[in-house]
Design a protein around this ligand. Structure first.
Ligand SMILES: [Mg+2]
Length: 377
């Protein structure tokens, strides 16, 4: 094996208006790693806000990047372990984990590119050629007939599973009013027909108790949800177990988790049907893969929650291709700068699913000039 050394690392905080959330400003932090021979890998942290994006950049620039220069990028899991151990004081399980997640993803990308193989090949191989897609949207809860029309339109475009949640106006978001929540679920079922899957996602801050979650999950049963998402805080293991015992509605959580051990508690609870996870947050491809395997052993499915940039989506797609227990991959149904502008070959749904990428690395071609148009600092 010829020598390979990391020569350059750049952390890129990006800011953009998200068309799938009424143009609200969102942020991500990308990382570009280049070796001395010119191989390039990309990674993403789903940082969300400006402050978290800039903080992640500082942690990479001042803390982790200097430790990576000169190392062989193919030592991916050795680097993951050493960085995890080295950051115990500075916030392992927080912003530092964003930095580690992005670095790990970029190291997997460059390693697979150096080998000339798609990432799934390094994760055990391809178990499927396509992954079921879900359209994933934020509700306009002020316009119930509009929600019905939009979901009927998404169904007509080919989505077989359709997810909605939260609200453009958070004060009236899904989860905040029992009567409206039930009306929304009824509207969705009417709009998409009997054969489509429906997912609803309770907004953070809705403060459901286990008792209220049980009442709502039972009320939703006639509408046969594909799953009910984030009905309770992730840490309320006792509440999840009470909810599980009281309803047939499938249950899902996980998007707020950081560390493999956070997910261990969720898997061990045996209260969930689906674990959702992002490599751009949950300790990279390395950490996410551990969680997926843990879930598979517990006969639990996982959902590629990806609602960020095409880089996190591509990494999720490779993890989905290589795993036995993936349920689906979420997509923003309307073109978005981070999904459609920063890569030359966007990941899109056709006939209800997404094709696995067979090109080297993450299998996407990043448009660097487009990336730099969204830079802020
Ligand atoms: Mg959610």
């Amino acid at each position: 094996m010829a020598a390979e050394k990391i020569a350059r690392i750049e952390a890129l905080p990006l800011r953009y208006a998200e068309p799938n959330n009424n143009g609200k400003i969102r942020c991500v932090t990308l990382i570009r790693i280049e070796t001395a021979t010119g191989a390039v890998g990309w990674g993403e942290a789903i940082t969300g806000s400006e402050d978290a994006s800039l903080a992640t950049k500082v942690i990479i620039d001042r803390g982790l990047a200097p430790k990576l220069i000169g190392r062989d990028p193919r030592q991916v899991e050795a680097i993951w372990t050493s960085f995890r151990e080295a950051t115990y004081w500075s916030g392992n399980g927080g912003i530092v984990t964003f930095a580690l997640s992005a670095i790990d993803m970029a190291l997997w990308d460059v390693t697979a590119r150096l080998a000339g193989v798609p990432l799934y090949q390094l994760l055990g191989g391809k178990r499927r050629d396509r992954v079921l897609a879900a359209s994933s949207v934020i509700f306009d809860t002020a316009d119930l007939p509009g929600i019905g029309r939009y979901f009927a339109d998404l169904r007509a475009r080919g989505y077989q599973v359709l997810k909605g949640g939260w609200g453009h106006d958070l004060s009236i978001a899904f989860g905040k009013d029992a009567r409206r929540d039930l009306e929304i679920v009824r509207t969705l079922r009417d709009a998409v027909g009997e054969d489509a899957g429906i997912v609803v996602d309770v907004a953070a801050g809705s403060n459901w108790t286990a008792s209220h979650a049980i009442t709502m999950a039972r009320a939703f049963e006639p509408y046969r949800l594909y799953w009910l998402e984030d009905a309770l805080p992730e840490g309320d293991i006792d509440g999840w177990q009470r909810l599980r015992a009281a309803t047939a509605t499938p249950l899902c959580t996980g998007e707020k988790g950081w560390l493999v051990q956070d997910f261990r508690r969720l898997v061990d609870s045996k209260a969930l049907d689906v674990i959702m996870i992002d490599p751009g947050r949950a300790e990279g491809v390395t950490g996410t893969r551990k969680v997926i395997e843990m879930a598979a052993e517990a006969r639990m499915a996982w959902n590629a929650h990806s609602w960020s940039s095409a880089i996190n989506t591509a990494a999720s797609l490779h993890l989905a291709a290589a795993s036995s227990n993936v349920l689906l991959l979420e997509l923003k149904p309307e073109p978005s700068p981070m999904q459609n502008d920063i890569v030359r070959d966007p990941i899109v749904m056709s006939e209800g699913s997404v094709a696995v990428r067979d090109g080297p690395g993450l299998g996407i071609e990043v448009d660097e000039a487009a990336v730099r148009r969204y830079l802020f600092d």
